[in-house]
Design a protein around this ligand. Structure first.
Ligand SMILES: [Fe+2]
Length: 246
């Protein structure tokens, strides 16, 4: 029988197998609000690797007027990180790059030109403003799909304007959107309301994939702290879905 003292909490990090792919992070150095240097990038990768995460599709922001990234800023940074990993003998870490696209007018141009960096095959990671959704959100989602892409909405639980319009989540799913939950929403990092909606979306089977959305070391401390057994049980099957990106 287990004694009282053996009831040590198990961290979410125990759920990361070598099949797991983290499909949302900001790990390329000095390209957005994520890692600020190559040393920081490597330190974040080493820490995440210690959590059992071996595969990364990192996703710098592409946001008009804020983070003006494109293939020509992202891909050379990826090459530099890959070289650094080899130089440091960290060959166990596999890293690719895509992007987290803000649904703005620049996005529409890239979409027309079919110039998007997918996570894998035709899946693209998209986000919207935290203040309000685009007025023509459903038209954009439709255009994404007729262009041959499948939208994966980053952190649906973080859009506060949907919290009181909970039915909107099912509408988005019916409109062809896949949902990527931020694992940090399972901690209190983004606050109580986001945490509550994250759990509700999981219980309602609306979440397809997860991501860490790692920008810095602080995020990783919060990630490691997630240890509620009921929450781990809810998230475990969704974490497995991420193997699809390997
Ligand atoms: Fe992000």
């Amino acid at each position: 029988m287990l004694s009282f003292f053996n009831h040590k909490k198990v961290s979410i990090t125990t759920l990361f197998s070598n099949e797991f792919v983290d499909i949302h992070s900001h790990l390329l150095p000095s390209i957005d609000d994520g890692s600020k240097s190559m040393d920081e990038t490597i330190a974040l990768l080493i820490k995440m690797h210690s959590f059992g995460i071996q595969n990364f599709i990192t996703t710098p922001h592409i946001m008009e007027g804020v983070w003006e990234n494109a293939k020509d800023t992202i891909l050379p940074k990826l090459t530099a990180v890959k070289k650094e990993l080899i130089a440091r003998n960290l060959t166990d870490i596999s890293i690719h790059a895509a992007a987290e696209y803000m649904l703005d007018s620049n996005f529409n141009i890239l979409l027309e030109q079919r110039q998007l960096l997918p996570l894998k095959e035709n899946k693209i990671l998209v986000e919207m403003s935290y203040i309000n959704p685009p007025v023509n959100l459903y038209e954009i989602l439709f255009n994404i799909q007729i262009a041959g892409y499948q939208p994966v909405l980053a952190h649906p639980e973080r859009y506060l304007f949907f919290h009181k319009k909970y039915k909107e989540y099912s509408k988005l799913k019916e409109a062809g959107c896949l949902f990527q939950l931020n694992l940090l929403s399972l901690s209190n990092y983004y606050g109580k309301d986001t945490h509550k909606i994250a759990l509700q979306l999981l219980k309602d089977n609306l979440i397809d994939f997860v991501g860490t959305d790692t920008h810095n070391k602080r995020h990783l401390s919060y990630l490691e702290s997630i240890d509620n057994p009921k929450i781990l049980k809810l998230i475990a099957p969704i974490i497995k879905n991420n193997a699809e990106f390997k």
